[in-house]
Design a binder for this molecule. Structure first.
Ligand SMILES: Nc1nc2c(ncn2[C@@H]2O[C@H](COP(=O)(O)OP(=O)(O)O)[C@@H](O)[C@H]2O)c(=O)[nH]1
Ligand SMILES: [Mg+2]
Length: 280
């Protein structure tokens, strides 16, 4: 665990993940980009457009159950306008969005399928790759889509074994990918936001510093909700540890334990429903 107030970035792994993603791109007709709806801007991959080129894309704001719905609707509009791609919200515990996701993915792939058929080849299922940062819910979405009809297709030629194709229905096959994070992250605030939602390895930061930063943001944007949850007047690790009676044997506030719990509470949506990016 790191002790300084800095999120450490490891570009080595990232370069490899980017390279793999690029090589897979030629296998697919369209891409589903999964974003954590609590960070509609910060958890989108900056380089995604450069990386994906002209591939049709569906943007999914996942973990919508952990956000404020009114705010989320605003972000959906903004992202649709900014990217020109369709944007849907989704939530692992809700199956109502399944049909819409499947329908959109097939629709976005149709031009490529049509081009193949024009060459005299038979119609094949749409092939769609699911990409996004670690922990945004890529695998959960695929699991949800395949819940009833899970058919592992196995490795295709030129595809390494970690990559798993699954058939959703006769019209659609999905490819799960490992999470990718930006190659560089000079914006420390953004790096911290990604740590809040567990998109960065825990080895890269100190829980205490990241939890303090989270409390500062909640204090600014949603002070009442967070104070009510922790039953404190002031939102600090010290006050929360007292309120929860998390005290060390030396009768000091147990800051490390409190920080771990604050991060866990936030990640599980216990404190409340939040969006931590600003719409402007
Ligand atoms: N509350 C909530 N949790 C989710 C949702 N989707 C995924 N998760 C949780 O987020 C964590 C990471 O999910 P996973 O699918 O492994 O993410 P991946 O790394 O992008 O494949 C898991 O603990 C999931 O249970 C969602 O829509 N809502
Ligand atoms: Mg996964």
């Amino acid at each position: 665990m790191k002790k300084d107030n800095h999120i450490h970035w490891y570009p080595g792994h990232i370069a490899k993940a980017e390279k793999e993603l690029k090589s897979q791109l030629s296998l697919v007709d369209a891409v589903i980009e999964v974003i954590d709806a609590r960070l509609p801007f910060s958890s989108s991959y900056d380089n995604i457009t450069r990386l994906l080129g002209e591939k049709p894309r569906l943007i999914l704001l996942n973990k919508a159950d952990l956000t404020d719905q009114t705010e989320l609707k605003q972000f959906i509009k903004i992202i649709e306008q900014k990217t020109g791609f369709p944007v849907l919200q989704s939530d692992a515990k809700n199956s109502k969005d399944i049909n819409l996701i499947v329908k959109k993915a097939i629709e976005l792939s149709e031009p490529k399928i049509q081009a193949i058929m024009k060459k005299g080849l038979l119609r094949r299922p749409a092939r769609v790759m699911v990409v996004g940062m670690p922990n945004v819910g890529k695998s959960s979405i695929i699991n949800k889509l395949t819940k009833s009809s899970k058919t592992k297709i196995g490795a295709k030629a030129g595809v390494t074994r970690q990559q798993q194709w699954v058939r959703i229905n006769p019209q659609l096959e999905l490819l799960d990918t490992p999470g990718i994070i930006p190659m560089k992250q000079e914006d420390q605030m953004r790096a911290k936001k990604l740590a809040f939602v567990n998109a960065v390895s825990e080895n890269a930061y100190s829980n205490e510093n990241v939890a303090r930063e989270l409390l500062a943001i909640l204090n600014e944007k949603y002070p009442q909700i967070a104070k009510e949850y922790y039953k404190t007047e002031i939102l600090t690790l010290e006050e929360i540890s007292k309120s929860r009676n998390w005290i060390t044997s030396g009768n000091e506030p147990d800051i490390e334990r409190t920080a771990t719990f604050v991060l866990r509470d936030f990640r599980e949506g216990k404190i409340g429903k939040f969006i931590l990016d600003e719409a402007e």
